[in-house]
Write a protein of this length. Structure first.
Length: 175
């Protein structure tokens, strides 16, 4: 599959079959994440791979809205970063999360980014503190997102090139 085809076809998938993802495929996804670029090669990111259905259920409760699909996903990868290693950990972790999604798509899987950073589970309880407590993530780490991954149980049309917002592209200067 060409990179252009990969980008056109990758859509946020929120419904998955109950088919388990083989270990070799999980390893391909996590290996791709480890090859993500990072500022000054600081590699502040860390990844928690979750396949246990009980933990996936608990993670699905990490936000009031937008995380429920984790209960039906066979795999989730929590993307965290050591904030003491880099002042641009957020960007580095975001790149790694995107690479996870692109690798999943390339392997025939669907995925969805679930924002955790700066979100709330409920009033006075952040999504991040909830996830950190569940997964025993150390204090110096921030949790950026959770990527749900699974075999697609919904179809979405590829991006329509004719409908892209080409007006957002500016040549030489912002106009």
């Amino acid at each position: 599959m060409s990179f252009e085809t990969l980008l056109r076809n990758r859509r946020s998938i929120r419904k998955y079959t109950d088919k388990k993802i083989p270990t070799a495929i999980v390893q391909k996804i996590t290996t791709a994440a480890l090859m993500s670029p990072a500022s000054k090669r600081s590699n502040p990111w860390e990844f928690v791979v979750v396949q246990d259905s009980e933990m996936l259920q608990k993670l699905s409760e990490s936000r009031e809205h937008g995380s429920r699909m984790l209960a039906g996903a066979p795999l989730a990868i929590v993307v965290a970063a050591d904030t003491t290693k880099s002042d641009v950990w957020f960007e580095d972790a975001s790149i790694a999360a995107t690479i996870i999604q692109l690798q999943a798509e390339d392997l025939g899987l669907g995925s969805c980014w679930i924002q955790i950073y700066n979100r709330e589970k409920e009033e006075n309880v952040s999504s991040e503190s909830y996830v950190k407590k569940l997964l025993k993530i150390p204090d110096e780490f921030s949790v950026l997102c959770i990527i749900s991954i699974g075999y697609k149980d919904e179809e979405k049309k590829p991006h329509d090139l004719e409908k892209l917002a080409y007006t957002k592209i500016h040549l030489e200067m912002f106009k």
